[in-house]
Design a protein around this ligand. Structure first.
Ligand SMILES: NC(=O)c1ccc[n+]([C@@H]2O[C@H](COP(=O)([O-])OP(=O)(O)OC[C@H]3O[C@@H](n4cnc5c(N)ncnc54)[C@H](OP(=O)(O)O)[C@@H]3O)[C@@H](O)[C@H]2O)c1
Length: 273
């Protein structure tokens, strides 16, 4: 992939699903050596998982802070404040804190970690688990361009990342954060259509998922507008325009727009709780 090898030590407070997906992605894409990472978790089984791919696992959060430059706070949102308060006395100007917790605002992170700390807030999504995240980040506290570049390098190893103002993060949550569920619905429905039309379930599911994957790749790799790509495959009087007409009659386009807006509004509500 030609990604830069980071000369920084990476720590994970919370060695759960997201931390594991990130650590494995960093190693497999060669951006960070396993020997430059450390993780902590109260659950021994989770520490063993990290040790199984040669990442040092310890039982206290302070050890992670002492041995890391980039500290991922990868615990559930309700534990983020207590964890940051626990370690704040040990945070120095070498540290960058990266929070991936849903709904934890930069101001609440700064309040817990301290005014002088460099903080980056990232909203990843679950395809992180397969190296295809669509993530967004925003900078807070004293975070600078170098921090942004470091986080960009790391998340580029497990997908894509864009930088936004924090006020856009609810919309990011409504689109890419919640989006995998919408895409799963589309894949499931396409597969149901294949079954209704006579295909075996397994073949139908494989074709549906690969069709969505391939179409997404075409949008990203050609840079062409999806409307243009659609026009290129709808021949006059053909099969595709017949099916496409049914989608428009069913209001699929409006439903997807409404889904993103509803999820954005809910993300706004939750971040104010
Ligand atoms: N999974 C997703 O799709 C997704 C997407 C976007 C953002 N996120 C964010 O990512 C964060 C992590 O999610 P996850 O799905 O990876 O959760 P997870 O699998 O539950 O991992 C969190 C881990 O942190 C441990 N932990 C709890 N308190 C701790 C403490 N004080 N110090 C150290 N470790 C502690 C937990 O142990 P216990 O089990 O004992 O509590 C658990 O093993 C969340 O804030 C979530 O909002 C997740």
């Amino acid at each position: 992939m030609g990604l830069t090898k980071l000369q920084k030590r990476i720590g994970f407070i919370g060695a759960g699903q997201m931390a594991e997906a990130l650590a494995r992605g960093f190693i497999s894409k060669g951006v960070v050596e396993a020997s430059s990472m450390i993780a902590t978790d109260p659950v021994a089984a989770r520490r063993e998982v990290f040790e199984s791919f040669d990442v040092k696992a310890v039982s206290t959060n302070l050890e992670v802070v002492k041995e890391s430059d980039i500290v991922f706070v990868a615990v559930k949102p309700q534990y983020v404040g207590p964890v940051l308060k626990e370690v704040r006395g040990h945070l120095t100007d070498k540290h960058t804190i990266v929070s991936i917790a849903a709904g934890k605002t930069l101001s609440s992170l700064k309040e817990a970690a301290g005014d002088d700390v460099r903080i980056v807030r990232v909203m990843p999504n679950t395809p992180c688990l397969v190296g295809e995240t669509a993530s967004a980040m925003c900078l807070g506290g004293q975070a600078n361009d170098e921090d942004a570049e470091t986080v960009r390098t790391l998340f580029s190893a497990v997908g894509r990342i864009v930088q936004v103002d924090e006020k856009m993060l609810s919309a990011v949550t409504g689109l890419s954060g919640s989006g995998p569920a919408y895409a799963f619905l589309v894949i499931e429905a396409l597969a149901d259509g294949g079954v209704k039309a006579g295909l075996p379930r397994d073949i139908s599911m494989a074709l549906a998922a690969q069709t969505v994957l391939g179409s997404a790749k075409m949008v990203l790799e050609t840079g062409k507008h999806p409307g243009l790509l659609k026009d290129m495959v709808t021949s006059p009087g053909g099969t595709t325009i017949a099916g496409y007409h049914e989608l428009e009659k069913g209001g699929v386009r409006a439903s997807l727009i409404n889904a993103v807006v509803a999820a954005t509004n809910r993300a706004d509500e939750i971040s104010k709780l």
